[in-house]
Design a protein around this ligand. Structure first.
Ligand SMILES: [Ca+2]
Ligand SMILES: [Ca+2]
Length: 418
């Protein structure tokens, strides 16, 4: 009996010891900072977010949202404070930077009120029980220390670095903003290049950077009446590649070393996913006027003749670099010098209604050599779905056209994007 009692006492003291190490008092009904209670189950070291640059490694730790007051990293006896970088779902994320890049033993100290919680390989309330973590960057990381921190940029609404190239109409094209019967498209383009758009184009203006995004401008209401809710996509802010270049220092402050930019190819829209000409950078993202003084919008004439005003035909030997194309090369060179890589959207799954092959199909119907590039459907209403002209174009055969040409590019297009 005495033996059993001793055993029971030993068990009891073991349980009690376990309790003080791992469990706390009953959890509060509401999570708060400074209440001396920490929700351990939510705490995790997010090693996948480790990021290293020349002078150190950034580490990320998550806790329960609005639960802990302080988080620090202790590495080789030195403290590194972590700061909150935001909340997502039920979690709050903390980031801190240690000066080591490759090797180092460390643990986290998470405090709230009088309570401190130590996180190494395991969590503990006892600082003597810490099993330190090893810095898993460099030799151990899959990318061998060359971490990428991506920054996604929608060029049109990022920063206006060149006011001279600001768009004077939106994706619905110049036709939507003028009515002079005696001005043909080629003339309009010429005039625009010569910087006299206001006289001709009338009511168009860029959306305000600090305005209400939900406020519709004249052309947006017009588009809404014709196309419904897609009107919102017609906003234009005037951002450009020069605006991206102007912010290189800003990227460096945040250790961003990869930019993922929206499509920069020639198109009237802000997204530039409906590309008119894949060979060229859009003038409103580069330069509006050639070094020779000519407007780059002469490119539009590609659709009305075999050659455009730059003398380019479909044969590769005739293709030229516009000043925007040359600038894009310089732009990439400047970013490369700063060790910043560029990934660009390239939207092949549909094109502008002004894309040469689509125009050719509209003109020549089944006789067009590009007939098979597009999805074409029977349509009893004899309308063409061209997506960006309020006039519409008469269909030769009374068929419905879709601009997608994934049909001819299956090897470049993931199945999910069909
Ligand atoms: Ca708390
Ligand atoms: Ca601009």
């Amino acid at each position: 009996m005495k033996k059993l009692l001793v055993l029971a006492l030993v068990l009891l003291s073991a349980c009690k010891n376990l309790e003080t190490t791992i469990d706390q008092i009953a959890p509060p009904s509401k999570t708060s900072k400074g209440d001396g209670y920490i929700f351990f189950d939510y705490i995790a070291y997010e090693q996948r977010y480790n990021f290293n640059d020349k002078d150190g490694t950034r580490l990320v730790l998550k806790t329960r949202k609005q639960d802990v007051q302080k988080v620090k990293i202790v590495m080789d006896g030195k403290d590194y404070e972590m700061h909150s970088i935001g909340e997502m779902g039920e979690f709050e994320y903390f980031e801190g930077k240690v000066t080591k890049i490759k090797e180092g033993k460390f643990h986290f100290v998470i405090s709230d009120g009088n309570l401190a919680y130590y996180l190494g390989e395991k969590g503990s309330l006892n600082s003597r029980e810490i099993e330190p973590l090893e810095l898993a960057i460099g030799e151990k990381s899959e990318n061998n220390g060359d971490s990428k921190l991506w920054y996604r940029i929608y060029i049109d609404s990022f920063y206006n670095g060149n006011k001279d190239n600001d768009p004077v109409f939106n994706e619905y094209g110049p036709e939507s903003f003028l009515k002079p019967e005696d001005t043909n498209k080629a003339q309009l383009v010429e005039d625009w290049g010569n910087n006299i758009p206001k006289k001709i184009l009338g009511k168009f203006q860029l959306n305000s950077w600090i305005g209400d995004f939900n406020e519709n401008y004249f052309w947006e209401n017009k588009a809404k009446n014709i196309y419904g809710e897609s009107y919102a996509g017609t906003k234009r802010f005037g951002g450009d590649l020069q605006g991206v270049e102007a912010k290189i220092d800003y990227f460096k402050v945040f250790s961003i070393n990869t930019l993922w930019i929206s499509s920069p190819f020639y198109s009237f829209s802000g997204s530039k996913n409906d590309v008119i000409d894949f060979r060229h950078i859009s003038p409103d993202y580069g330069m509006l006027v050639e070094k020779s003084g000519e407007s780059q919008y002469k490119l539009l004439n590609l659709n009305s003749s075999e050659k455009n005003s730059f003398g380019e035909s479909l044969s590769v030997e005739t293709w030229k670099n516009t000043s925007s194309d040359e600038y894009f090369r310089e732009f990439l060179g400047k970013l490369d010098k700063e060790n910043i890589k560029v990934i660009s959207d390239l939207s092949f799954d549909y094109v502008s209604s002004r894309f040469f092959a689509f125009e050719d199909v509209l003109r020549n119907g089944k006789d067009s050599i590009y007939w098979n590039w597009f999805f074409i459907e029977e349509n009893s209403e004899d309308k063409i779905f061209n997506g960006s002209s309020d006039k519409g174009v008469e269909s030769k055969e009374g068929l419905r056209y879709r601009k997608s040409f994934v049909k001819v590019l299956p090897e470049y297009t993931a199945e999910e994007s069909f």
